[in-house]
Design a protein around this ligand. Structure first.
Ligand SMILES: NC(=O)c1ccc[n+]([C@@H]2O[C@H](COP(=O)([O-])OP(=O)(O)OC[C@H]3O[C@@H](n4cnc5c(N)ncnc54)[C@H](O)[C@@H]3O)[C@@H](O)[C@H]2O)c1
Length: 311
């Protein structure tokens, strides 16, 4: 890809900052828009130019006027599923209206392509079959999932009517360095921080619920490949296709940190999905992307990071 100017919303957050690092290392210019509601200054590469701004703000248009980005990677979101249940209006404000505000500026300023951070787990809901391909029926069971699906519909509309090209990347469970260990989401970060600090590690329910864990650097690469791709396919699952139970995850992590750690099982969380795993053949065929980092290796890197930052 030619050296380009790329605007990343949510670029001070976990995934967005890894995408920014990769783009900068490949010689691109990166502009970040982030309101720092969960993002952190420390995550920003020294070569990023950052605007502290809410994506719902009318001032976003000014950033586009001044910067004229060629591409946009849209990561900024209200990411907490439980908060979306408690306050669906806030969730829809950021995740739907904020997205529309962004896409309107993309059209006005003739952005070449937008990449959306969507969510496989939240959109497919409790799966009918395993692993779920992109054609799996949609059963979102949270306002967060509904908002991600709605954002995809808006992308479809903006392309059909205004010619704005896009890719929607439906992530599995992303983990890695810089993930927030204090939120509700991000079981790897939560376990790592608690296990390293000698605190009690709580597994919700039986621990036999499964997820598809994908390392953040693999996800960052998928973003670059999606920017470069010229294809009629616009929607891609981004995961490993491997199902791992929370008990298994705990066992691998404790074997790395301290084999004598034990877990406590609490009550199952109401409404928590039982199994989630994505089929990623389309990304392989069209984007020439597939996950490279094994779960063991990714967990080691993540644990090393949490050790080094001493959270
Ligand atoms: N982490 C996962 O497993 C996962 C899975 C599927 C999809 N996603 C999506 O990937 C994206 C990035 O998630 P993440 O895990 O890096 O979370 P994160 O909270 O670290 O990143 C989100 C970033 O967006 C910023 N932000 C939030 N609201 C904003 C607003 N109104 N205006 C401007 N900036 C705002 C935050 O400050 C933060 O820097 C999100 O869109 C999320 O829904 C994440």
């Amino acid at each position: 890809m030619q050296k380009s100017k790329i605007l990343i919303t949510g670029g001070a957050g976990f995934i967005g900052s890894h995408v920014a690092d990769l783009l900068i290392n490949e010689g691109h210019e990166v502009i970040v828009v982030d309101d720092f509601s969960s993002g952190r200054e420390a995550n920003l590469h020294e070569k990023t130019k950052c605007y502290k701004l809410d994506i719902r703000d009318a001032g976003l248009e000014r950033v586009f006027q001044d910067e004229k980005p060629h591409y946009v990677i849209h990561n900024a979101a209200q990411i907490d599923v439980r908060r979306s249940l408690a306050d669906p209006i806030y969730d829809a404000g950021v995740n739907i209206l904020g997205t529309i505000n962004l896409l309107q500026s993309c059209v006005t300023h003739k952005v070449k392509k937008v990449v959306l951070a969507s969510s496989g787990g939240a959109i497919y809901g409790e799966q009918e079959f395993f692993p779920a391909p992109e054609t799996h029926p949609f059963h979102p069971i949270s306002p967060y999932g509904i908002a991600k699906l709605t954002a995809e519909h808006y992308l479809f509309y903006f392309r059909a009517v205004h010619g704005l090209d896009y890719a929607a990347l439906r992530y599995a469970n992303v983990y890695g360095p810089r993930q927030d260990p204090f939120g509700e989401a991000g079981v790897v970060a939560i376990f790592a921080s608690r296990m390293l600090n000698g605190e009690k590690t709580l597994i919700n329910g039986s621990g036999e619920q499964t997820r598809d864990f994908i390392y953040v650097e693999d996800v960052a690469k998928a973003n670059i490949m999606a920017l470069e791709a010229d294809s009629n396919e616009k929607v891609f699952n981004i995961g490993t296709g491997k199902e791992t139970s929370i008990n298994r995850l705990f066992d691998i992590m404790k074997s790395i940190i301290n084999p004598s750690i034990t877990a406590e099982h609490g009550p199952a969380k109401a409404g928590e999905q039982l199994r989630s795993v994505l089929e990623c053949a389309r990304a392989k065929e069209v984007l020439h992307w597939s996950s490279r980092v094994s779960l063991e290796e990714g967990l080691r890197k993540t644990i090393d990071y949490f050790r080094s930052v001493n959270l």
